[in-house]
Design a protein around this ligand. Structure first.
Ligand SMILES: NC(=O)C1=CN([C@@H]2O[C@H](COP(=O)(O)OP(=O)(O)OC[C@H]3O[C@@H](n4cnc5c(N)ncnc54)[C@H](O)[C@@H]3O)[C@@H](O)[C@H]2O)C=CC1
Ligand SMILES: O=C(O)CCC(=O)C(=O)O
Length: 425
């Protein structure tokens, strides 16, 4: 095993292995050279930092932080920062590569990057998280930059963390630099629509998939795993389009109501309840994994990676899976899902609404102007719909599932851009 190979993780599928197996399959169809294969496989930069933070009890704890820039062929690195106890370098490497493919699929001028800090934000005070984010930013001063690498929110982070990052970076540079990060609060140069953007893109992808499958949204049912930024907004927007959301879940468990869950009520409950659905009364509590197997038309995994595996994929009843999370389906489950004839709108397409509006935020910061919500929604809906149609056409042309088609589109774009830049061949 070389340092490039994913480390085997006992009893858990490695997201880097999942990413690489799809990458390999797409490369085979595209027939790219071995040299290009290695250029696209090896991350451009991988940084690991130790972050000493004074905790509220006065003791110093050291956290490990990562930033991986997978590629800058199409533009500066772009991708979120996640705070999660399970973060590993391999996970961040997979997530960074997914960002490269995602930005190519939605045709925005960015490469791919991702960051993570191994910590449990649920057990930390706001002050501890702030000190951690500031320490992380300081150690990434040479990495981040509006033309180099632009972070954003991911699991466990949101506008508050992005504000601290912008502030720390700006202080170090001696000037306010809004465009160094996206997903900021509105008053600091954030964009209208960014908070809901990923969920909105999931909704557009789901409606596009339903159209192909001839499913009427007003008669359709859905289950949504994860009720954070992506899952809750996806559920609310799908509900607005007529879909009955019969199952939702978060870290506290899963909740089912065959008459449909009142999503506004669930969001209000979560907001007033420390961010979780624990004790939510608008539905019956069911086994957490059962949510994936509910008799629904649409399943939206929007929590974390590797929740649909070879061990449980056979039990899924949905006709359409729209991946709000990054890497929710392990590569080993792909064949089972394809054999069942389930249409999958893959993560690198379905959740690209977030980075698309992040791009709009960065553009607005750079031109010093604010766009209306209507303009942002129209443009991001168009970008998502176009990307869906492009991926669908490739899937028809090569007779492959949507996931492989999205990789084919992305890898073709990034590899031909590399050749045109003249650095190869
Ligand atoms: N925030 C964004 O704009 C984007 C996020 N994503 C991806 O979407 C996924 C979710 O991200 P966010 O919504 O931002 O995170 P978040 O931190 O706002 O929410 C995560 C949600 O998942 C729940 N959860 C955690 N473990 C769970 C489990 N085992 N079963 C069920 N629910 C569980 C949490 O309780 C929470 O409700 C991640 O994979 C992230 O990488 C992708 C594109 C953009
Ligand atoms: O908004 C962004 O720049 C990136 C969001 C992200 O991390 C993702 O799409 O996975």
């Amino acid at each position: 095993m070389t340092y490039l190979e994913p480390a085997p993780i006992k009893d858990k599928e490695n997201p880097l292995e999942s990413m690489m197996s799809r990458f390999d399959a797409a490369v085979k169809i595209l027939g790219i050279s071995d040299e290009m294969y290695n250029i696209l496989k090896v991350p451009a930069r991988q940084v690991i930092v130790g972050l000493p933070v004074t905790m509220d009890n006065g003791k110093i704890e050291v956290f490990e932080g990562y930033r991986v820039i997978h590629s800058t062929i199409l533009g500066p690195g772009k991708g979120g920062i996640r705070l999660d106890p399970d973060v590993t370098l391999d996970e961040v490497r997979a997530l960074a590569a997914w960002m490269t493919w995602k930005c190519a699929v939605v045709d925005i001028p960015y490469g791919g990057a991702k960051g993570g800090i191994a910590c449990n934000p649920r057990n930390m005070s706001a002050g501890e998280i702030e000190r951690l984010m500031r320490a992380y930013t300081l150690s990434m001063l040479d990495i981040f930059g509006p033309d180099k690498d632009i972070p954003a929110p991911d699991m466990g982070t949101g506008p508050r963390e992005m504000a601290w990052l912008m502030d720390e970076y700006s202080k170090a540079k001696g000037m306010t630099v809004q465009a160094v990060v996206t997903g900021k609060p509105l008053v600091l140069g954030g964009s209208l629509g960014r908070t809901e953007a990923t969920g909105r893109g999931v909704m557009v992808s789901a409606l596009s998939g339903m159209e192909k499958l001839k499913l009427n949204p007003y008669r359709a049912t859905a289950a949504v795993q994860g009720f954070g930024n992506v899952g809750s907004h996806a559920a609310a927007l799908l509900h607005e389009k007529g879909v009955s959301i019969t199952g939702i879940s978060d870290i506290s468990g899963a909740y089912f109501n065959d008459k449909g869950i009142d999503i506004d009520k669930a969001m209000a409950y979560r907001n007033a309840n420390n961010g979780t659905l624990e004790g939510f009364g608008g539905a019956e509590k069911i086994d957490a994994e059962e949510l994936l197997f509910l008799p629904v038309d649409l399943l939206v995994p929007a929590a974390k990676e590797d929740v649909i595996t070879k061990n449980n994929a056979g039990k899924i009843q949905a006709k359409l899976i729209v991946e709000g999370a990054n890497g929710p389906t392990s590569a080993k489950a792909d064949d089972i899902i394809n054999e069942k004839g389930i249409m999958v709108v893959p993560d690198i397409l379905a959740n690209a609404g977030g980075v698309t509006v992040s791009y709009f935020e960065w553009v607005q910061n750079r031109i010093g102007y604010k766009w209306t919500l209507d303009r942002i929604n129209r443009r991001s809906d168009r970008a998502m719909k176009d990307a869906f149609n492009n991926v669908f056409d490739i899937s028809q042309k090569h007779k492959v599932p949507m996931r492989l088609a999205a990789y084919i589109l992305a890898i073709d774009k990034v590899s031909s851009s590399y050749k045109f830049r003249g650095g190869y061949g």
